[in-house]
Design a protein around this ligand. Structure first.
Ligand code: NAD
Length: 497
């Protein structure tokens, strides 16, 4: 059995703890490896190493750091297939989808290659007579990232390339369900010329996370995961005087207006609801059907959901792979049971799917509910599986209220041909990321990603310009040279003339 350890100080490092977690191949249901679950001691050791590495790494020029990132980018490109297969083998998503998610991570590396430009400060000559003032951004120190299972390459890559480009050192605590991709990325970064200790991977569970929260030498924590844990991280990091951004769960609504291009909306919804088996924080799990579009929408969706091609992620014909673990599969099926008890109409039931040759894999078919209402648990809670709920709204205003009243605020989209409606929606919807005829409006690496309400705790989104701000602190310097200055004591608040 393969044993996955930690990557500390540029090498694979055995953990001191005897605790391990099982990593599965969701396509077959087999255990593929055991991952060591770090002790507090292991985490503290990694932080010590990262703290030491910070001194020289933060002194390197931004140009030097950018060149290491350029090399890292090249190595990722050379290892695309291997990295993609690692994602598929531990997460389960289909190959092309996994590859796409790696590309979205790579784009953050490409963005971080521009760090000499991104770190340029601001300068004002003569803020007062012969007085100049400028602002610079400096790295924070040791930063940590805690990431979810659903994007084992992309979400860690939202964080560490930018943090490291800014001159910080980094401890990544990936999901214990699919840790191998982070280990491979750490190896590649070292090969790219990153000094040992700058990027460390500590595998683990709650014990490692709590050790991150308590360690006084960690300056900032980026978290992505479910809302209850995001809130816990946010509150406890703040108590421990750390900078924190904690991205949480979601329940994304797709508003389908009667004037939309129905084919476009149906195809958009299919990919957004069932792609990656619905295990995406930007998955559209609620379709709000406005007025007379409801019946044709449900009819068109049901045909497509029934014909979804489900199979192992490495099979080129598969459109949807298995769920990540048996436990998660049971949880998602449990929500379908709840929906039925609550009185929603189950149009397509994928609970009993069996795949010949893959009987032990964690598969289910797509499920489609109609007549879901806002008091139902299947509407209120995040299911995180291939279950789409259709809610019927009489008009645009009712649809907008549904989106705005929901506790989550990650992403949303509207399908319409009407410019006024699209514009009004973009202005008035209380959601962080909005698509107009775009089903999954995930911002590109050079913009920033983040939700509103209980989908993000903290005030900085992730990657893009907000990422650079999060991983640096601002310093403003005001100076004058002594020549020709009369220096009598001044007891009044200094003002500039
Ligand atoms: P999760 O919250 O269970 O786990 C996330 C991380 O927290 C993991 O590294 C895990 O080890 C750690 N963790 C889990 N329980 C903990 C505890 N009790 N104490 C301390 N740490 C703990 O999330 P998940 O199941 O891995 O991922 C799915 C969730 O992530 C969904 O809710 C999804 O919406 C969310 N997500 C959000 C975004 C976003 O950008 N907002 C992106 C991806 C995923």
């Amino acid at each position: 059995m393969i044993s996955i350890e930690h990557f500390i100080d540029g090498k694979i490092t055995k953990g001191s703890s005897k605790r391990t977690g099982k990593v599965f191949n969701p396509a077959t249901g087999e255990i593929s490896s055991n991952v060591n679950l770090a002790s507090t001691k292991d985490l503290d050791k990694a932080v010590e190493v990262a703290k030491k590495a910070f001194t020289s790494w933060s002194e390197k020029t931004p140009l030097f750091r950018a060149r290491v990132l350029f090399k890292f980018k090249e190595l990722i490109e050379k290892n695309y297939d291997e990295l993609t297969k690692i994602i598929v083998s531990e997460h389960g998503k289909v190959y092309e989808d996994a590859k796409g998610s790696l590309t979205r991570g790579l784009e953050v590396v490409e963005f971080a290659c521009g760090i000499p430009q991104l770190l340029k400060g601001e300068f004002t000559e003569n803020v007062g007579t012969n007085v100049d003032s400028w602002s610079i951004r400096q790295p924070l120190g040791v930063c940590a990232g805690i990431t979810p299972f659903n994007f084992p390459a992309m979400v860690p890559m939202w964080m560490f390339p930018i943090a490291i480009a800014c001159g910080n050192t980094f401890i990544l605590k990936p999901s214990e369900k699919d840790p191998s991709c982070s280990m491979k990325l750490a190896e590649l970064f070292l090969e790219a010329g990153l000094p040992p200790g700058v990027f460390n991977v500590v595998n683990g569970d709650k014990e490692a996370v709590d050790a991150i929260i308590k360690n006084k030498d960690i300056a900032a924590v980026s978290f992505v995961g479910s809302t209850p844990i995001a809130k816990y991280i946010y509150e406890n990091c703040a108590k421990n005087e750390k900078r924190v951004q904690a991205l949480g769960g979601a329940k994304n609504h797709c508003v389908v207006m009667p004037d939309c291009d129905l084919d476009q909306a149906v195809n958009g919804l299919m990919g957004a609801a069932y792609g990656s088996a619905g295990e995406r924080c930007m998955a559209q799990s609620v379709a709000v059907a406005v007025g007379k579009i409801a019946d044709p929408l449900v009819k068109n969706l049901s045909k497509k959901v029934e014909s979804l091609k489900i199979g192992p992620g490495l099979d080129k014909k598969s459109q949807m792979g298995p769920l990540v673990t048996k436990e998660h599969l049971e949880k998602v099926k449990g929500y379908v049971d709840i929906g039925l008890k609550e009185g929603a109409k189950l149009i397509v039931d994928g609970r009993n799917l069996k795949l010949q040759g893959y009987e032990a894999g964690f598969y289910m078919g797509g499920c489609l509910f109609d007549h879901v209402t806002k008091n139902m648990r299947i509407y209120k809670e995040e299911i995180f599986g291939p279950v789409l709920s259709v809610v019927r709204a009489k008009d645009y205003d009712e649809a907008l209220s549904l989106v705005n009243d929901h506790e989550f605020g990650n992403g949303t989209s509207i399908f319409t041909r009407d410019g006024d409606t699209g514009r009004s929606f973009a202005s008035n919807v209380k959601i962080g990321m909005v698509g107009i005829n775009i089903p999954i409006p995930v911002p590109m690496a050079f913009h920033s990603f983040g939700g509103w309400k209980r989908s993000l705790f903290g005030d900085q989104s992730i990657h893009g310009p907000e990422g650079v701000r999060f991983y640096t602190k601002l310093k403003t310097i005001t100076s004058r040279w002594p020549s020709g200055i009369k220096s009598d004591p001044e007891f009044i608040m200094p003002t500039m003339k």
